[in-house]
Design a protein around this ligand. Structure first.
Ligand code: 5RP
Length: 230
């Protein structure tokens, strides 16, 4: 079975948790896209749900699939957010933001009663950090922000190179919020909670891709079948 089929299986398993009347956070990325497509099939068959997309790409997918949308200004909470991840550790801490949507993804996850991560099991890791950690920054004062991030890395016991993310056309990648992303190649993050606190304290950092204590469960699809970790 190829990776894409595994992603779709994980999405289908998460869909079993969705009930009529639920308000859902809709994640971003290729796995979350499967969830939106499968949800759209259920909506067209009569399921009543409403979703908040975590990116403009997901908004477009949801509209295409017929999933009704709302905003966090119009509703006061979400029942479940279903989203992908770049890495998941054994405590369900995550690295997210490979698709550049980490800021909205974190706002939506934090507004949800429950976050379900869906992924193929290659995302399951003993220690976070092999996937480059995205740090979303304000373009103004980038040099100062970068130095402050390096200091936070040193204080948190990690080190590595940072690269400003580029889009496919070679221009700097701009997030839905109009910010830039520094991808930090750290290798291993022994204490992700400590690093998360240090990064959040830097003025030019809008958000970072460490999701600590936000995920309630992970649905991991692999060659051996599906595992649900809670
Ligand atoms: C986007 C994300 C994605 O959830 C993450 O990159 C996983 O993507 P995919 O499902 O395509 O592997 O965090 O910002």
């Amino acid at each position: 079975m190829d990776m894409d089929q595994l992603k779709r299986q994980a999405a289908a398993r998460a869909l079993e948790e969705v009930r009529d009347g639920m308000q859902l956070g809709l994640g971003t990325g290729s796995t979350a896209k499967h969830f939106v497509e499968l949800l759209g099939e259920r909506v067209r068959a009569g399921l009543k749900v409403i979703g908040v997309p975590t990116s403009e790409a997901t908004r477009a997918d949801a509209v295409r699939c017929g999933v009704p949308l709302t905003t966090l200004d119009e509703i006061d909470h979400l029942d479940i957010t279903v989203d992908g991840a770049d890495e998941v550790d054994h405590e369900l801490n995550l690295i997210k933001g490979g698709g550049g949507a980490l800021l909205r993804e974190k706002i939506v996850a934090a507004a949800s009663d429950r976050m379900i991560v869906i992924a193929d099991d290659s995302k399951w890791v003993a220690t976070l950090g092999r996937f480059p950690l995205p740090v979303e920054v304000i373009p103004f004062g980038l040099g100062a922000t970068r130095r402050a991030i390096e200091k936070a890395f040193a204080q948190s016991g990690v080190s590595g190179q940072m690269a400003l993310r580029k889009a496919k056309d070679g221009h700097v990648f701009v997030t839905d919020g109009g910010h830039w992303i520094l991808d930090a190649h750290l290798g291993r993050i022994e204490d992700p909670a400590r690093l998360a606190v240090a990064l959040s304290a830097i003025p030019g950092v809008v958000e970072h891709g460490l999701f600590i204590g936000l995920a309630g469960s992970a649905v991991l699809a692999g060659g051996e079948g599906i595992r649900v970790i809670e």
